[in-house]
Design a protein around this ligand. Structure first.
Ligand code: BGP
Length: 477
């Protein structure tokens, strides 16, 4: 069995910055930083038209953190140097669609964007770091959202194909692992980020819009795989979901049934389509119940069947609870809110820490799909402190890594074909959920606060040395 590759990840919108003049505005650029209150996350995640217009004129004087990211564009070479020093095998990053095609519908890409990514791919190649490329990680050019209604429109598939064809053609040879869409099931929980749908001023999203948009992403993913196979690229293609590792709250049969149903719709659905090539049986009653009517063509369904993914990947941060009782104590998690688990501790943001859940998830994913598995995101968000002597002591992150890595190695012994582990936000970046810089995941600290103050200088954390040593040990075998 292959050995595990150890890696680290960023995403363009959370890392790059370089907004002024160099790229078009995208959905993430419209999300303001709002100090933590109970509904701040929802307000900055599900944007209404009013919020978008406010972002365009910037009248309210709010700070838009994704426009600055971690100023990766300015620190690129230094960051890649740090990644080499860390010794990671694999770096996961994404291409900003609006840096290449500022409005998303141009025929020719923006030269500054092309040159920037030339630098990224070449520096990584020079340093011998393998590439896991997320072609699209949430951010959608705002013009596609406003003029085309985001992924709801079949025309957006064509715009994405123009983007993906350019990417495959120019940089396809550099890439080991391709991922057409980050956490595709996020489209369901976070339709603005995931599928570029504006939240209605009143009420909620229409389910038909959400699932139609997801269908279009499935088709775009299959068509990209088709294109890459025709181009005979050596890299393999994956799909990615966010995994929630549900437990039933009690042994009550109804709780266990709820677990199965929550997993099906919230977690497996997108990967079932992308990996098995057909819509799963359980979505028929779900669509009926929620009056979802999809517009699909024979040709699209045939594409889904033929061009399935080669590997499966997922993000895993914490576990969740399934219950039919509505009144349990709630806590946050990646994309979803869940009931508190009395056996687990949680991070400052309420995400429950559960290393064993990662082993369980690896087994479940491998069992269901029988394809190589990659943990494409995992890590611990904390408000680290930069000491006056320039050190950052983050033993809690080392603990988190240590416990989760032990479970990955156990899953490997269970027989799961784990190919790679990718630590999320390897260099501190803006949080995708809360738009804060204070929620840090990196082993490299970036000296900036949630309002964009600071010089963005890089400092190695205690966990940097720990991860470096761990990787060296793994290589010795
Ligand atoms: C995933 C996203 C990442 C990311 C991570 C951590 O959903 O793919 O972009 O940031 O979660 O979430 P957060 O930044 O909200 O802590």
């Amino acid at each position: 069995m292959d050995t595990i590759l150890w890696g680290g990840a960023t995403a363009s919108s959370q890392y790059e910055g370089g907004f002024d003049g160099e790229k078009g505005m995208d959905t993430q650029d419209c999300r303001p930083y709002l100090p933590r209150t109970s509904n701040a996350t929802t307000e900055t995640r599900l944007l209404t038209n009013e919020r978008i217009q406010q972002a365009k004129t910037n009248e309210a004087g709010l700070f838009y953190p994704f426009r600055k990211g971690s100023r990766g564009v300015d620190f690129l070479e230094e960051d890649i140097q740090l990644l080499q020093e860390l010794g990671i095998d694999l770096y996961r990053f994404s291409i900003s669609w609006s840096r290449l095609f500022p409005k998303g519908d141009e025929l020719v890409p923006n030269e500054a964007g092309v040159l920037y990514y030339d630098r990224v791919f070449n520096s990584l190649k020079e340093k011998n770091i393998k590439i896991f490329l997320t072609m699209n990680h949430y951010a959608v050019p705002l013009n596609i959202v406003e003029t085309y209604d985001g992924w709801k429109n079949k025309e957006t598939i064509e715009l994405y194909m123009r983007f993906s064809e350019f990417v495959l053609d120019r940089w396809g040879e550099y890439v080991e692992y391709f991922l057409p869409f980050n956490e595709i099931n996020a489209g369901y929980f976070s339709p603005f980020n995931g599928v570029g749908l504006i939240k209605p001023e009143q009420g909620n999203y229409s389910f038909t819009d959400v699932f139609q948009s997801l269908h279009h992403q499935f088709v775009a993913s299959a068509r990209t795989i088709k294109l890459a196979r025709e181009m005979k690229l050596k890299g393999t293609f994956g799909s990615m979901i966010s995994c929630f590792c549900y437990y039933p709250l009690t042994p009550k049969p109804e709780d266990n049934l709820k677990l199965v149903q929550d997993e099906q719709v919230n977690q497996w659905f997108c990967m079932d389509v992308l990996s098995k090539g057909t819509y799963p049986y359980y979505m028929t009653p779900f669509f009926e119940k929620n009056q979802v009517v999809l517009d699909t063509t024979e040709e699209e369904l045939e594409l889904l069947k033929t061009y399935t993914c080669d590997f499966v990947s997922f993000s895993y941060y914490s576990s969740s609870i399934a219950t039919t009782e509505e009144d349990g104590k709630q806590t946050a998690g990646n994309l979803v809110v869940t009931t508190k688990n009395p056996y687990l501790k949680a991070s400052e943001w309420g995400w429950q820490i559960d290393p064993v859940g990662l082993r369980t998830t690896l087994n479940k994913v491998y069992d269901r799909y029988d394809k190589p598995v990659i943990i494409s995101e995992n890590g611990f968000g904390a408000n680290d402190v930069l000491e006056v002597d320039g050190t950052i002591k983050d033993p809690y992150r080392i603990d988190y890594f240590e416990q989760h890595f032990a479970e990955i190695l156990k899953a490997k012994t269970d027989g799961v074909d784990v190919r790679a582990y990718i630590a999320w936000g390897i260099i501190d970046i803006v949080s995708a959920g809360s738009c804060e810089m204070a929620k840090r995941y990196g082993v490299v600290y970036v000296d900036a606060d949630s309002e964009g103050n600071g010089d963005y200088k890089r400092y190695k954390k205690q966990s940097f040395d720990w991860y470096k040593e761990f990787i060296e040990e793994q290589k010795k075998g």
